[in-house]
Design a protein around this ligand. Sequence first.
Ligand code: SF4
Length: 211
Amino acid sequence: MIAVETVFQKLLAAHGEQFWWPAESDFEMLIGAILVQNTNWSNVEKALAGLEAELNPEAIREMPTEELALKIRPSGYYNQKALKIKAFVAWQGEWEDDIHAIRQQPLAKLRAELLNIKGIGPETADCMLAYAFRKPVMVIDAYSRRLFARIGYEVPKKYEAFQQMLETGLPDDLLILQEFHALIVEHCKQYCQKTPKCLACPLKRECKQYI
Ligand code: SF4
């Protein structure tokens, strides 16, 4: 079976560096991680554009939840997401919005705090950890599950078990973990779609489900 690190090398060779996360600030990244739940990135961009000058923690804390929901409407599930964003900015306020101070926290403690915020699940927490708080974690999502199942891995159902499986096969290096997550998304969008385009896939020689 193809090793996890070989999958990374092949995807990197095929797609090049992705330089994620697409955001102009850490705060935009953090809010984007909530907005992207159950939607695509173009809807996130529209929702972020709706916030415009108010895309900062103070403005969002002061904004009524209903107003926030209307501004982020293009992202879908906007009432729920407004509550999640409110909960997140309240938590960040406890840190006086000091991203650098938050980054100093140990990974396990910070992850537990994020998971304690209403509406922040493992995937969202790990996106925040990897891209804004710069902690070396592998983000697990539906794309990584699909890809590794197809190339022949027994993918554990439990999020953390699959995460550990991938992390064990990779160097403990933030940039590699960020890139691998981004490369898997790119690969699944280009080739390993629901109906896969196997003929041109750079993993076809090693893939158990090559069709
Ligand atoms: S060969 Fe097909 S099923 Fe396998 S990884 Fe590539 S696109 Fe996916």
